[in-house]
Design a protein around this ligand. Structure first.
Ligand code: SF4
Ligand code: SF4
Length: 398
């Protein structure tokens, strides 16, 4: 069987669009720029014309396509539906982004050992205090290095030893918990929290650590690297012989589903919402803001589950940030590739924060936590930024 022509595939996917424009109010880049070329409908038309060679992919045109955050809000609301995520991956594989991408830095981010080493070095040298202001003075605003250094103040505290998780009583089954590259390397506590909650809900947990799903590589158009990472993930799961795979990082979910087509791949919070009826939580007299990462809303479609789970903590007052047309700008590698646009998107999120501001912000993606946390510090807004699973595990009734 001959391989499918990638350009024909893009044209086929793009031709499904009926140009109704219903997706436009949900697109964060359209909300920022208010031009058709920064909207889903505009990008679909541009990708189609580049694919059928009726438009030359000059730098200006490609910039509009590269500016897409990959949030997939357009796909979620499209009535057809147009498979925008598939179109974006196909387009980026055929024509990798034109921007000068920080390739080496992105490659390092997919290696948990290097991420751990870099974080330990930054903490040990106190780099957040002296390097961040220096980078702000010495490097241009659109520098990827400056953007990476600006995240240092938001790095989570040094990793503690893994806490032991009690075995479930009368286990209902066994699930795999995928750690991911950046979150798995930086926040062991989140994996511990997920494992504790799953165990309390009656599930035995097999942890899969030290692997990258390939999402970062796929987003940057490096389909060969994404495929290699996908093969490693598949081998690790096949070895364990499990059919349910959970992740506490919604950003990994879409790629994991592609890596493991025969498995049931789910957001850990959506799974706990459905299977965690045995969980009981201690009261907490506290206000918090909930930020829902785009992938948790549009790919995992777990926004309702997250709210329901957190509503089970008696006394917790939750303010949910708007999601329509919003993205914090972290978007995988976007905050490093387009730092100024990422900061502009983050600013729109900050403008939607309640007043007075609660002391706690909850969000499930490590990229969102770092990007929002760094921005809050820059603004001098003291807020603790945490994964919702950490709060749930902390309030779990013994
Ligand atoms: S992508 Fe879907 S919602 Fe957007 S213009 Fe096309 S058909 Fe309409
Ligand atoms: S994926 Fe997000 S940023 Fe990209 S076109 Fe769709 S809604 Fe806009």
């Amino acid at each position: 069987m001959s391989a499918r022509d990638p350009c024909e595939h893009i044209v086929e996917l793009a031709d499904a669009c009926v140009k109704c424009g219903l997706c436009l109010p949900y697109c964060p880049t359209y909300a920022l720029d208010r031009v058709e070329t920064e909207s889903p409908r505009g990008r679909i038309a541009l990708a189609r014309h580049v694919a059928d060679a009726s438009l030359a992919p000059d730098a200006g045109l490609r910039a509009h396509l590269d500016h897409c955050l990959g949030c997939l809000a357009c796909e979620r609301v499209c009535p057809v539906p147009v498979h925008y995520g598939e179109l974006l991956t196909a387009y980026r594989a055929a024509l990798p982004p034109a921007s000068p991408r920080p390739r080496r830095m992105l490659r390092l981010l997919t290696r948990p050992g290097w991420v751990r080493f870099g974080a330990a070095l930054a903490r040990g040298s106190g780099a957040a205090h002296w390097l961040t202001p220096l980078a702000r003075r010495a490097l241009p605003r659109d520098s990827a290095l400056r953007a990476a250094i600006s995240l240092l103040p938001a790095l989570p505290a040094a990793r503690s030893a893994r806490t032991s998780v009690p075995a479930p009583v009368n286990a209902h089954g066994k699930v795999a918990l995928f750690g991911g590259c950046v979150q798995g390397a930086l926040e062991r506590e989140v994996q511990d929290a997920a494992a504790r909650l799953l165990s309390a809900a009656g599930f035995e947990v097999a942890r899969i650590e030290g692997l990258c799903c390939g999402a970062l590589a796929a987003h940057t158009g490096d389909s060969a690297a994404a495929a290699t990472k996908g093969r490693r993930v598949r081998a690790a799961f096949e070895e364990r012989g499990l059919d349910t795979v959970l992740t506490a990082t919604p950003g990994c979910l879409g790629t994991l589903r592609e890596d493991l087509p025969d498995a049931q791949v789910e957001d850990a919070m959506a799974f706990l919402d459905r299977h965690g009826e045995a969980l009981e939580f201690r009261p907490l007299d506290r206000k918090a803001v909930l930020h829902l990462p785009c992938t948790q809303v549009n790919v995992a479609r777990a926004d309702g589950a997250v709210r329901r789970l957190l509503a089970r903590i008696p006394g917790l007052e939750l303010d949910v940030l708007p999601t329509r047309g919003m993205c914090c700008g972290a978007a995988g590698s976007y905050m490093l590739e387009f730092p100024e646009r990422a900061v502009a998107q983050r600013q729109r999120v900050f403008e939607s924060l309640p007043d007075p501001l609660p002391g706690l912000l909850l969000t499930a993606n490590i990229g969102c936590r770092l990007h929002l946390g760094a921005g809050l510090r820059e603004r001098g807004t003291p807020m603790e930024v945490q994964h919702p699973l950490m709060l749930l595990a902390q309030q779990l009734q013994p």
